[in-house]
Design a binder for this molecule. Structure first.
Ligand SMILES: C[S@@+](CC[C@H](N)C(=O)[O-])C[C@H]1O[C@@H](n2cnc3c(N)ncnc32)[C@H](O)[C@@H]1O
Length: 121
């Protein structure tokens, strides 16, 4: 299968080969608690609040993403498993997939099922 299209400004698309950080590696670092910044095409940047992902799903998350799920659910790009975990607690059959090994570990640590997979594969 072919790779997904590259997005200009993506960290995996950096100019210097030494600075190339692939998407899964970047999310691994973020979910491991390393400080991360979003850098835009114009060079401006801001701190990425990755710690928000590692907590539990908020009331808004649940209303938007968990409440509509009544049957078996595939959470693509499950990250640290906030939604996957919340659905599992509700007794919904749910599987999270994510390219980040750290994301899969964190999702499993919540007691939910997750596999390290690329949705495009
Ligand atoms: C913005 S985070 C969202 C995490 C989670 N859904 C949440 O709301 O907390 C996007 C997630 O998608 C994952 N991801 C990116 N590209 C992916 C791909 N091609 N296949 C599977 N997961 C992917 C990243 O590793 C990351 O965990």
């Amino acid at each position: 299968m072919t790779s997904p299209p590259r997005i200009p400004g993506d960290v995996a698309h950096a100019a210097s080969p030494r600075s190339v950080l692939h998407c899964a590696d970047a999310f691994d670092a973020a979910f491991a608690g390393r400080p991360c910044r979003v850098v835009r095409d114009d060079g401006s940047s801001h701190v990425l609040p990755t710690w928000l992902w590692s907590g539990d799903a908020t009331v808004s998350d649940l209303a938007l993403f968990a409440d509509p799920c009544h049957g078996a659910t595939l959470d693509i790009g499950c990250g640290p498993g906030r939604i996957t975990g919340a659905l599992a607690v509700r007794g919904i059959e749910v599987l999270g997939i994510d390219t980040s090994a750290q994301a899969v570990r964190l999702t499993r640590a919540r007691g939910a099922m997750a596999l390290q997979r690329d949705v495009f594969d």
